[in-house]
Design a protein around this ligand. Structure first.
Ligand code: RP5
Length: 180
């Protein structure tokens, strides 16, 4: 069993009412096939009652969609972008090139190279255009959402309280001793 209580209903019920309407986090991914991973980011945003939008935007297959998305992200009211991609994972870096918003990159686990290709593609940005790179796969998707929450909580005391509650519930869910 895992300790991270991302989608458990009883935990969500303990989180006070959060955002309404306007998305603050943009969750983008290079392909439908990334959704199995990236849904863990949106589940975590749901658990913290943070408004988000989720879109398929590919650096390679839909380059104009990416440019339009990233260039308009700030004026549309987004504060953070989470970008997940696998393989030759240029999505987070190209997204960061088009926007000054913080971009958090999630390396999706690829079949051929187990996500090492994704990780190295995303993490090795040249000085000048940063991408905050998380772990490969599910853990990275969850942590990208939590890091988004931490960023937004700097200017949102209600969200800060929800994040504190989420973390306290996680701590309380960790057993003292292993179960048979
Ligand atoms: C990337 O290529 C996507 O981010 C995905 O992880 C990978 C494979 O995409 P599909 O061939 O499954 O659509 O663009």
């Amino acid at each position: 069993t895992e300790n991270v209580p991302v989608t458990e209903r009883e935990h969500e019920a303990d989180i006070a009412t959060g955002d309404s309407g306007q998305p603050r986090v943009g969750v983008i991914m290079g392909s439908q096939s990334d959704w199995e991973t990236m849904r863990h980011a949106t589940d975590t945003l749901d658990a913290l009652a943070i408004a988000y939008e989720a879109r398929i935007v590919s650096a390679h297959r839909t380059p104009d969609r990416l440019a339009d998305y990233a260039k308009t992200a700030a004026e549309r009211g987004l504060s953070v972008i989470i970008a997940g991609a696998g393989g030759a994972a240029h999505l987070p870096g190209m997204c960061a090139a088009w926007t000054r918003l913080p971009v958090l990159g999630v390396p999706v686990e690829s079949k051929a190279l187990k996500g090492m290709d994704s990780l190295l593609s995303i993490v090795q940005m040249p000085g000048g255009i940063p991408v905050g790179t998380l772990a490969i796969g599910k853990a990275g998707a969850i942590n990208a959402a939590l890091l988004s929450a931490s960023i937004l909580a700097l200017g949102d005391s209600d969200l800060a309280a929800r994040l504190d509650t989420w973390r306290a519930l996680q701590t309380a869910s960790v057993r003292d001793e292993p179960e048979e």
